[in-house]
Design a protein. Structure first.
Length: 505
């Protein structure tokens, strides 16, 4: 059986050729135009020697050339290796070398680091968006859009062939390449899209980086599968997002918790017409309850929280609708998958917040494994169950609640302390803009609880006030004993807080 994920584009282009797939500051791109441009790119890659299974690195911000390249690589039978645009040369070199990429598509704004990384990895075929012809360092991206002869047909691939290799962040060591299959990515577009009832007239704010699995799988693949429109933004800023919602009459906003908090605190929020929004989706990390409550009240719409990871092609569980959700939970496992909470004996735990264990999952959404890393793959699985490394529990109605990353669990004097619980309390303080809780070494207790706080502008906030605030709301062993105040928290390009950078070394 042959199946190539790129069929989602060709089928939608056939049925809705003139429908915009992308709108952005510079104009728009229709489904027919995206289909034709990606055909030309696929033909050019084939002429350049790319064969089915070959890896092509794709390092672009959220610009139209990203989906053109993504679907073109797939149509040629290649495997897409998305790379973060913030990477430095040594990081680029490692990922190119580990993946074995033979071609790289990048952007002039980051070409200096990309080219140095490519040179170190021995990669010579580089195409850069915005690169001038006949200048050193790369070939212009436009060379990939002038193909003779044209693409005859989409390359034949097997459903279980690798379509995309997404590298993990590497916070616990070297990044690992999660191999995501054609059928796994298709199922993780088709099933959530149907459950969520994505419609062709939906316009989705697309500010999540497309090189991350959340943006790639939960926005690009779902929108193209169901013929929706992406309102494409190169980077997140509250003003740019609010402008795009108003300009494009966006119906869906997808983001990470910090984005919701930033939108909520924008000083000119009242100036924008946001009445077109019908729903918001949060993922990437647990959204603090006070942020969720305040956003829903201020915007007058529901935030549906979901849960996923790189290794599961994005979605594991999801709250389906305003009438089928449980606030502060990440919903229920999506159709056709299984997710359980296991104790230390690798057996399912009963429901209830007193039964916290590790979340494990299996199904078509789960990766094949880590590229060139059988040891890490073996460590990640028990049978066909993938260990997520996240701690949580089910309630009696089958809704899943995330408590903490397993590695972020703080054990203070023998008591388990879950950072998200404390962060929820801290976010409830009116003078706290952001909060992150981590464990730090302590000679007597093993670990101590430290809170890193970003105060709201022009609001006075001191440690004694927070100490008293937490004592009223938390058991003594959960209360932070150490506080740090900062102007901002370290975050990755998705907006997730880099907690490892908060721990004193």
């Amino acid at each position: 059986m042959s199946f190539n994920l790129a069929v989602i584009l060709s089928e939608t282009a056939r049925s809705s050729p003139d429908k915009p797939v992308i709108v952005h500051d510079g104009g728009q791109l229709t489904y027919a135009e995206l289909d034709q441009a990606s055909d030309r790119l696929a033909a050019a890659l084939t002429a350049a020697g790319i064969a089915p299974g070959d890896r092509v690195a794709l390092q672009l911000p959220n610009i139209p050339q990203f989906p053109i390249s993504y679907f073109g690589i797939l149509k040629a039978g290649g495997t897409v290796v998305p790379l973060n645009v913030m990477l430095k040369a040594p990081e680029v070199a490692f990922l190119l070398g580990d993946s074995g990429a033979s071609v790289m598509i990048t952007w002039e704004g980051i070409l200096a680091e990309a080219a140095k990384g490519a040179e170190a990895a021995g990669l010579t075929q580089i195409y850069a968006v915005g690169h001038a012809a006949d200048t050193a360092g790369a070939l212009p991206f436009e060379r990939l859009l002038v193909a003779t002869p044209p693409l005859r047909e989409i390359a034949s691939r097997q459903p279980t062939d690798t379509a995309v290799i997404v590298y993990t962040s590497g916070t616990t060591g070297r990044p690992k390449g999660a191999e995501l299959t054609h059928i796994g990515l298709y199922m993780n577009a088709d099933i959530p899209g149907r459950l969520f009832e994505v419609q062709p007239d939906d316009v989705v704010i697309t500010v999540l980086p497309l090189f991350h699995v959340f943006g790639l799988s939960s926005i690009v693949n779902i929108c193209v599968r169901f013929g929706a429109t992406m309102s494409l933004l190169p980077r997140f800023s509250p003003g740019a997002v609010l402008t795009a919602i108003q300009r494009d009459r966006a119906t869906i906003f997808e983001g990470v918790p910090t984005m919701f908090a930033d939108l909520l605190s924008h000083p000119d929020l009242d100036r924008y017409d946001l009445s077109s929004l019908r729903i918001a989706i949060s993922g990437g990390a647990s959204i603090p309850a006070p942020v969720l409550d305040a956003f829903e009240k201020r915007f007058g719409l529901v935030i549906l929280e979901g849960y996923g990871m790189t290794e599961t092609a994005s979605t594991i569980s999801f709250n389906l609708s305003a009438t089928q959700r449980r606030p502060y939970s990440v919903g229920k496992p999506i159709w056709g998958t299984q997710t359980q909470v296991w104790g230390d004996d690798d057996r399912p735990l009963p429901p209830g917040p007193e039964h916290v264990g590790e979340i494990v999952t299996r199904g078509a959404h789960v990766m094949k494994g880590y590229l060139h890393n059988p040891e890490a793959t073996a460590d990640a699985f028990t049978g066909d169950w993938l260990h997520t490394g996240d701690l949580g529990y089910y309630d009696k109605d089958g809704f899943l609640f995330i408590v903490s990353r397993k590695k972020e669990l703080i054990i203070r004097g023998g008591y388990n302390v879950y950072p998200s619980e404390i962060e929820n309390v801290l976010h409830g303080h009116p003078a706290v803009a952001e909060a992150a809780v981590v464990g730090i070494p302590d000679a007597r207790l093993g670990e101590e609880v430290m809170a890193v706080i970003v105060p709201r502008p022009a609001m006075a906030l001191g440690e004694p006030e927070l100490v008293a605030y937490c004592k009223e709301r938390l058991a003594a062993y959960k209360c932070p004993r150490v506080y740090q105040f900062r102007s901002e928290l370290p975050k990755n390009t998705l907006g997730k807080v880099l907690k490892a950078e908060l721990v004193p070394r």
